[in-house]
Design a protein around this ligand. Structure first.
Ligand code: PEP
Ligand code: MG
Length: 580
C-alpha cells in the first residue's frame, strides 16, 4: 500500500497515530419538489416540527455539557440556539415554501444560499466563521427533515477512543459530544486557524490540523494515519519505519513534557544569573488550570473581547465586574494584567452595537483604544469594573493599540473622573492601579521613550507590530508570506522599545505570539527582553531555554541580526545564536 502525505495547517500541536473515523457533514442532497396548493400548510407544519426538534436536540446537548467544559463551547451552542429563534432561518423558509410552492428542504437550502452569499461578500475572517454557524444549524434541520439526523447514540461510546476524527467540518455540538471520548486528533478539510474548530481544539489540547483540502478523497474509514500537527502533515497508510519514527517522537514528546513539569517550581534564572519573568496569556476558562499547572508568575495578557461577542448589546459594568472577579478568584494570588477591549478590524463583536462604520481598511481604522475613546458607553463600564475589581487583588490594566501620548492623557482623564465618582460613593479600588500600554503600532515603538515615561509598564504585541511594520493585513493569506519576525525592521522596533524601558526603568514585556515561539527565545533574551507572556501550554518549554542560556553571551550575537543583509542571513545568524 502506498503512503500518501497531505499538508494542512497545524492549529493545535502534538503527534497522533491511529485509525480514522470519518464524520461527513456535507450539505445533505436536496431536491426541489413542486407541491399542490393544499399541501403547503402541511409542509410548513413539517418545517416547524423540524425546527422545534433541532432546538430540543441542541438544548439537550447543552444541558448535558459537563461542568468542566470550556465556556466558549457552551456559548457556541447558545449562538446556534439563538439562530433557531431568528426569523431569517425560521420565518423566511416558510415564506419561500408558500411563494415557490416547494418542499421545506428546498426552501431552507434557498435561504441558506442567500445568507451565505451575504457572508461570502464580506472579507472578514470572523464573519466567515458566522457562515459556518449558519451551515451547522441548517444542516441539523435538513437532517431532521430528511430523517437522517446523526444522533449521539449512533456513535458507539468506546468506538472513538484513540481514533483520529476526519470531517469536512465539525460543529461545536459534535465537539462537545466527543470531548470526553479519548479522541487522538482532529483533521478537518475546511477552516483556518481562526475557525471555531481550531479554537476549540486548542482549548481542549487535542492535536489538530485544519485546511486539509480534499482529505476525504484520499482517506477512507479505518485507514491508519500519522498526524503531525506540529508540521500540519498527515501520512495515510504509513510504512513500518515511519510508524517506528513517529512512535519514538511521541515517546520523546511525552518524556519531554513530563520532565518539563518538574520545572514548575524552578526559578527562571539563566546560567549567568539573570531572572526572567514568565507570565501567561489567557482567554478561556480552561487556560486557568494550565496557568496553575505550569506555575506562571502572573497573567501578562487577559484578552477581554469575548465579553463583547455574540450579543445584541454591550456588556454592563456588572457583567465585566463578575467576569474579572471570577478570573481573579481562579488565579488566586497571581497578578492579572487585564487588557481593555480590543474590538475592531478582525475582532468584531458579531453585531454592530459598537457602531463601527464600514472602513475600507479596518485594521487601520476605528479599533481598540480608538473605538473606546470614541464610544465612552462601551469603555467606561469596563474601566469602572476594572477599578472596582482592583480592590480585590493584584490587578493591572493594559491599553491596546496606542499610537500617541494624547490617547494616554485622555485615558487618565477618564480614569480620574471615575475614581472621583467611586470616592464619592465610597466604593473601594486600588488608588495605585498600574496602567500599561501595548506597543503594537510602529509609531508607538519609535516613540517608546515617551510612553515609558508616562506608563507603568509596556508590553510588545508582535502580532500587530509585525502587521503594521510590514503593511500586511493579519487576516489576508495572500500576503502572509511577508510575516517575518526576523525582518530587521521588526527587530529594531522591538529593540528600541526594550531600550526605552531600560532607560526609564519601565518594565517591558512581550505578549505577541513570538514570545511563545521557542525559536526566538534566545534572540529576545539577547535583545534584552526580561518579561515574556506566552500561552501557558508552552511556558515551561520557554523556561527550559532560559535556564540553559547564557544571556551575556547571547547579546552581541542577537544584535548582529538587527543588521542582517537579508532573510537567509538573518536565519543563519539565528541558527548560530540558538546553537550557542
Ligand atoms: C498582539 O498584537 O501581539 C497581541 C498580543 O494582541 P492581539 O493578538 O490580541 O491583537
Ligand atoms: Mg494586538
Amino acid at each position: 500500500m502506498t503512503t500518501i502525505s497531505l499538508q494542512g495547517v497545524g492549529v493545535s500541536r502534538g503527534i497522533a497515530i491511529g485509525k480514522v473515523h470519518i464524520i461527513e457533514r456535507n450539505q445533505p442532497e436536496t431536491i426541489e419538489y413542486l407541491l399542490e396548493e393544499n399541501m403547503l400548510q402541511q409542509e410548513v407544519a413539517r418545517f416547524k416540527v423540524a425546527v422545534s426538534l433541532a432546538r430540543q436536540q441542541l438544548r439537550s446537548v447543552r444541558d448535558h455539557i459537563p461542568p468542566d467544559t470550556p465556556g466558549n463551547i457552551t456559548s457556541f451552542i447558545d449562538t446556534h440556539l439563538l439562530m433557531l429563534e431568528d426569523s431569517a432561518l425560521i420565518q423566511e423558509p416558510i415564506n419561500i415554501i408558500m411563494e415557490r410552492k416547494c418542499n421545506a428542504e428546498w426552501a431552507l437550502k434557498v435561504q441558506r444560499d442567500a445568507l451565505v452569499s451575504v457572508f461570502d461578500e464580506m472579507d472578514d475572517a470572523y464573519l466567515r466563521t458566522r457562515k459556518d454557524d449558519v451551515d451547522h444549524v441548517v444542516n441539523r434541520i435538513q437532517r431532521i427533515l430528511l430523517d437522517q439526523g446523526l444522533k449521539p447514540h449512533e456513535i458507539p461510546d468506546t468506538r472513538l477512543d484513540g481514533y483520529i476524527i476526519l470531517a469536512d467540518d465539525l460543529s461545536p455540538a459534535d465537539t462537545v459530544m466527543m470531548q470526553h471520548k479519548k479522541i487522538a486528533a482532529f483533521i478537518i478539510e475546511h477552516g483556518g486557524p481562526t475557525s471555531h474548530t481550531a479554537i476549540l481544539a486548542r482549548s481542549l489540547g487535542i492535536p489538530s490540523i485544519v485546511g486539509l483540502r480534499r482529505a476525504l478523497r484520499f482517506i477512507h474509514e479505518e485507514d491508519l494515519l500519522i498526524v503531525d500537527a506540529n508540521k500540519g502533515v498527515v501520512l495515510v497508510n504509513p510504512t513500518e519505519s515511519m510508524l517506528a519514527f513517529y512512535r519514538q517522537r511521541q515517546l520523546d514528546h511525552i518524556r519531554y513534557q513530563a520532565a518539563l513539569i518538574s520545572l514548575r517550581e524552578a526559578p527562571a534564572i539563566s546560567r549567568d544569573g539573570i531572572e526572567i519573568n514568565l507570565q501567561a496569556n489567557i482567554e478561556l476558562e480552561k487556560d486557568f488550570e494550565t496557568v496553575d499547572k505550569v506555575g506562571a508568575r502572573g497573567v501578562g495578557l487577559y484578552r477581554t473581547e469575548h465579553l463583547y461577542m455574540n450579543r445584541e448589546t454591550a456588556p454592563s459594568e456588572e457583567e465585566h465586574y463578575q467576569d474579572y472577579s471570577r478570573v481573579m478568584k481562579a488565579l488566586g494570588d497571581i497578578p492579572l494584567t487585564l487588557r481593555t477591549m480590543d474590538l475592531g478590524a478582525d475582532k468584531t463583536s458579531g453585531t454592530n452595537y459598537e457602531h463601527i462604520p464600514f472602513a475600507a481598511n479596518p485594521a487601520l481604522g476605528l479599533r481598540a483604544i480608538r473605538l473606546c475613546l470614541k464610544e465612552p458607553a462601551l469603555f467606561e463600564p469596563q474601566l469602572r469594573a476594572i477599578l472596582r475589581a482592583s480592590a480585590k487583588g493584584p490587578l493591572r490594566m493594559m491599553i491596546p493599540m496606542l499610537s500617541n501620548i494624547q490617547e494616554v492623557k485622555e485615558i487618565f482623564f477618564i480614569l480620574d473622573g471615575i475614581k472621583r465618582e467611586l470616592d464619592e460613593k465610597g466604593i473601594p479600588y486600588d488608588p495605585d492601579l498600574k496602567v500599561g500600554g501595548m506597543i503594537e503600532v510602529p509609531a508607538a515603538a519609535i516613540c517608546a521613550d515617551k510612553f515609558a515615561q508616562v506608563l507603568d509598564f509596556l508590553s510588545i504585541g508582535t502580532n500587530d507590530l509585525i502587521q503594521y511594520a510590514m503593511a500586511i493585513d493579519r487576516v489576508n493569506d495572500e500576503v502572509n508570506y511577508l510575516y517575518d519576525p526576523l525582518n530587521p525592521s521588526v527587530l529594531r522596533l522591538i529593540h528600541m522599545t526594550i531600550r526605552a524601558g531600560e532607560e526609564y526603568g519601565t518594565p517591558v514585556a512581550m505578549c505577541g505570539e513570538i514570545a511563545g515561539d521557542p525559536k526566538f527565545t534566545r534572540l529576545l533574551l539577547g535583545l534584552g527582553l526580561r518579561e515574556f507572556s506566552v500561552h501557558p501550554a508552552i511556558l515551561l518549554e520557554i523556561k527550559q531555554i532560559v535556564i540553559e542560556s547564557n544571556i551575556t553571551k547571547l547579546a552581541p550575537e542577537a544584535l548582529k541580526i538587527l543588521n542582517a543583509r537579508d532573510s537567509a542571513h538573518a536565519n543563519e545568524l539565528l541558527e548560530n545564536l540558538n546553537s550557542l
